[in-house]
Unconditional design. Sequence first.
Length: 233
Amino acid sequence: MGARTDGTAEATEAGSSPRFTRAVWWFVFHTACATAAVALAYLAPAAPLNRWLRGPATLTACLLIPLAALLVPVLEPRSVPWNRRKAAWQLAFPVLTGAVLGVTAGQAGHDDGLRERGRWTQAVVVEKRNGKTDRCVLRDLSGREISPYLTQGDGCERHVAEGDVLRVRHDPEGAADPTTDEDAPSYDGVLVGAALVHVLMGTWGSARMPRLNPAEPANPGTGGRSARTGRRP
């Protein structure tokens, strides 16, 4: 009896060690994903990155990294047949929170870029492009175009019309979005909350993947016999 108990304890300990190692690995992986998404989205306008790199960096942060947080756990090499693989429901959260991290960090980067490099100037609305989100094309009083466009959330409101003169803060390098707002909101709470959900839910879902799709086992306690008939298949 003592030998059997010792053997069971050793088997339990041996089984828990790989699970712990997997959990640590996935924790590191999802932490790296969250960190990379925030860094790329933030630095694109805040650094700023070269204009040819800003678009790919933002796309990677807001789309490719969140997708990687889902696809890497699903596609990892293991003995589960492809037609039996499916994602754990927890992995929906890293996709959503990864996109939130990218968008929010990008907005924080725009605000910090304006805070560091921004200049206040009088600008004329030379064109207003209406759509789901209105955009205003601006030029300063010397006739130089201000890039990028002024968006609806930053001051191109419904009441603004062509010919109006607005006081805007803009980035001379054209990396950060211009704005008419004096104060910028803080995004720290959203970033911390989204990052925690991203890492914790991603780690939980990724560590569960082998248990969601195990190879077809024999029915326990039957010696490989069918549970209904008691006969071997």
